[in-house]
Every structure is written in C-alpha cells, then in structure tokens.
Design a protein around this ligand. Structure first.
Ligand code: AMP
Length: 283
C-alpha cells in the first residue's frame, strides 16, 4: 500500500496504475467494519483500490465536533494494508483548501432537508470535498454507505448533474451485534447513552415489521417510531422523517421502491443517524 499525504504523491501513485479500473472509498477515518465492507467490495470490483482519510473541516458547523472527531491514522493504515488497499490518500487541510478558497458545490433542494436543516452548509462541504477527491482520484466507481443515505442521494444527483461519469455504489448499513449502526462517533457515547441509542435501530425494526405486515400510512409508522424513541429520556430527537427517495419530500404513503425512513437524534453530545431504505441508491 502506498500512503500519499500530498496531491503530488497521489498523482505519482495513480500514474503507476494507468489504464486500470480505479475504485475509490472516501472516508474520514477511525475505520470500522462499515468502512471495511466498502473497501472489500471495491477491491472485488476494481483493479486498483484507493481509500482517502480526510476529516473535512468544511462539512462541520462552527459548534460541531470537528475538534473531537476521533482519529487514529496508524490503526487505520494497518487495517487498510491488511485489506490489500493499493493507495491511501491522507491529505492535510493545506493540500485540500489552499487559500484563498472560493469554489463550492450546492445540490439545491436536497441539501437543505433532513440533516441539512440542522446542519446548514454540511452537504455543501460534503459535495465539494467529494468532487475535489473525484477530480484527484478519477475513479470509475466510488463506494458509499447507505447509513448516510441523504449524502448518497446528493452525491448521485451531483454525479448526474455534472456528468462525472463515476458509478456510485451504495452498500448496506453494517451494525453492531446489538443493532446499533457502526459509526466512528460511537466511541464518544457513554455506556448509558449507548444503551439508550438502541431505541434508534429498534424504531426502524418496528417500522420494517409494520411495513412487512402491510402498513402504508406514514403517520402510523411514524407514530410507532416516535413512541419507541420517546421511551428513552436520554435521547433528543432531531427528526424522524418518511420521505420519497427521489426528492426527499415528505410522503403520506410509504411506497416500496421510493421511500426512505430516516432518523437523526442526539445521545448526550453525540449525533446519530440511521435509516430504513425501501429502494435502490446505487447508480
Ligand atoms: P465516514 O468516515 O463517516 O465519512 O464514512 C465513510 C463512508 O463509510 C461513508 O460512505 C459512510 O456512509 C460509510 N459508512 C459509515 N458507517 C457505515 C456503516 N455502519 N455501514 C456501512 N457503511 C458505513
């Protein structure tokens, strides 16, 4: 594995693989099995696997956890080497945002909903850094997790709108044995908060069971989810939303193939998201 801390060294590493299919997994590091599931799929479908680790400051709001975001590059490198990754890109802020920096990507109408409402500017930061990374890595395929479903929907739109010619693969959520979706931020949870946080996957399991049993009214499913989460006083709900996949607009009717049931909440200082997807996000 070649580790490239600069754009110049990334360019050199990639020129060695010219003409081969490049797959790309962008991450913010502090890797877990969710990230590794993307890496493994990428390895199985491409000649060259590139992973980036970059905690992108522009997707964090001023009051958010940029300073507290967990990092362990040494451990991450060892994990990726073991997975057979070819190139690890680990740029610093000076490489990614040489001043003065003035160019941003807005995916309007999708970036102000759900998480965008409580994290204004977050998806502008995400879309911008992903486009910049795509321009540097030039992958044929890029791999993302369904856990960040809104992110995947926004990036899919960006890829279409800007004719990026990159295929986006969106892979299922990897969970801990107790059902909590794996997240780099889970290490920030206290024992009590982590136990309370299990109401989040439980609420989605409840929704899934109702839908399997024939429920189609969003209001019924949402009420059951609210009830499940309300039983945990340590949780503070940001949103519980049932939306159409194609435009993230709230829907009264749950339609197989075009619905996302998404939840964001706070357990202590830690913001957690999870979702149930009825449809396909890859393109
Ligand atoms: P992050 O490092 O949090 O920016 O995540 C990097 C990529 O890993 C994103 O595409 C995430 O959606 C994906 N990812 C994060 N958590 C999971 C998970 N539990 N299962 C599958 N993919 C995940």
């Amino acid at each position: 594995m070649r580790t490239c801390p600069t754009i110049a060294s990334l360019g050199r590493a990639l020129s060695a693989g010219a003409g081969r299919k490049v797959g790309f997994v962008p991450t913010m590091g502090f890797l877990h099995e969710g990230h590794l599931s993307l890496v493994r799929r990428c390895r199985s479908e491409n000649d060259v696997t590139v992973v980036s680790i970059y905690v992108n400051p522009s997707q964090f709001g001023p009051a958010e956890d940029l300073g507290r975001y967990p990092r362990d590059l040494r451990r991450d490198s060892a994990l990726l080497r073991r997975e057979g990754v070819d190139v690890l890109f680990t740029p610093g802020d000076g490489e990614m945002y040489p001043g003065p920096y003035r160019t941003w990507v807005d995916v309007r109408g999708l970036d102000d909903k759900l998480c965008g409402r409580s994290r204004p500017g977050h998806f502008r930061g995400v879309a911008t850094i992903v486009l910049k990374l795509f321009n540097l890595v030039r992958p044929q395929r890029a791999y993302f997790g369904q856990k960040d479903a809104q992110q995947a929907i926004i990036l899919r739109q960006m890829a279409r709108d800007l004719h990026l010619g990159v295929q986006l693969r969106v892979l299922p959520i990897v969970r801990a044995a107790d059902g909590l979706a794996l997240s780099s931020r889970n290490v920030c949870l206290s024992t009590a908060d982590r136990r309370a946080a299990l109401a989040l996957p439980r609420s989605l399991q409840r929704a899934a069971a109702m839908i399997r049993a024939g429920a189609t009214a969003s209001s019924d499913v949402r009420a059951a989810m609210v009830g499940e989460i309300a039983r945990e006083p340590l949780l503070e709900v940001d949103y519980i939303a049932i939306v159409r996949l194609r435009d993230l607009e709230e829907t009264d009717v749950i339609a197989a193939g075009d619905t996302l049931i998404a939840v964001a909440l706070r357990a202590g200082k830690t913001r957690l998201i999870d979702n149930l997807l009825l449809g396909e996000l890859s393109c």
